[in-house]
Ligand binder design. Sequence first.
Ligand code: PLP
Length: 374
Amino acid sequence: MSTYLDHAATTPMRPEAVDAMVPFLGERFGNPSGSHAVAREAKKALEDAREIVASALGARPGEVVFTGGGTEADNLAVLGRHAVQRGSLVCTAIEHHAVLHACAAAGEQRLAPVGSDGVVDLDALGDLLDGDVSVVSVMLANNEVGTIQPFADVAALVRERAPGAVLHTDAVQAFPWLDVASLAAAADMVAVSAHKFGGPKGVGALVVRDGVKVAPIIHGGGQERDRRSGTYNVAGIAGMAAAMQATVADRRETVRRVSALRDRLADGLISAVPGAVESGDRLRKVAGNCHLSFEGVEAEALLVLLDGAGICASAGSACTSGAVEPSHVLTAMGVPPERAVGALRLSLGVTTTEADVELALDAVPSAVARLRSS
Ligand code: PLP
């Protein structure tokens, strides 16, 4: 069995989510858009799931748009809104590519810098905001280094300096750890992805507050009140709702337990590996993130050695691993390239145990030493 420390890439499905999905892969196969008994049964499951998702995100059921994952939710927020209201798009320099590339594709993009702690520079963000801005997108928590953004301050700034703009937050990495319902209360749009919190892959949601219009980016039968066409992934949506419920129910306890494991891992590695540097301010990071960089090491080679030792980790975000370029997140934080290429993300989750941490504490220092001496 591998020691899985890549929960930010994806995390195992919660048993509750699997159980919730099974009937919709079998006898409850209906298409909720129909009107007969079989369709109505599926429709009931869909609307029950919508209520659960809405409540977990602090939204009304009608504000929830089901999507095919986090990338689509971010794209709908950025491109769907930009189609309604043209203007400049502002986002932080450390957004996931689902936001960064969507903004770049839409039009004039302004990037708000972050400090060396991975937290957005509010003064600089304020300077980018004016009456020409249509969409502002600031993630709640970063996927690589785990930093949590001061979202209430961001929202206040946006309302003051760019009152006509719509504010989106990518809460994909935040949901397992943070009370998104309250932290993102000031956002006009909120994106989540099921597979980051124990639901299936390829399902997500975008909250679009009442009164905020988005144009569809997928055209067809007009599902989701014409905001997202396509036959519903009923099983996936039911699984997402069950995973959300389970996550919210034990989130406080999970954060307590996992942050203690993470602290042990990070502190242990910092003391065992000479020159190891932790990314971001630990007090402003999600509980599951342990991100370190090592000079004199190439992360890809480190991952190979760790894989051989039975440890699954990531060099940056999963979506960009394989690239030899330093990540855009570390570059934006001012991490020098020679250290950024030696960055390791160990991300913990609900299923992480002390034994996982012990194995990593054993394997990482020896792998780094081996690479440095070769
Ligand atoms: N946003 C963030 C912050 C992410 O970490 C990810 C996935 O890594 C996404 C968006 C994309 O979500 P999905 O994998 O569901 O497309």
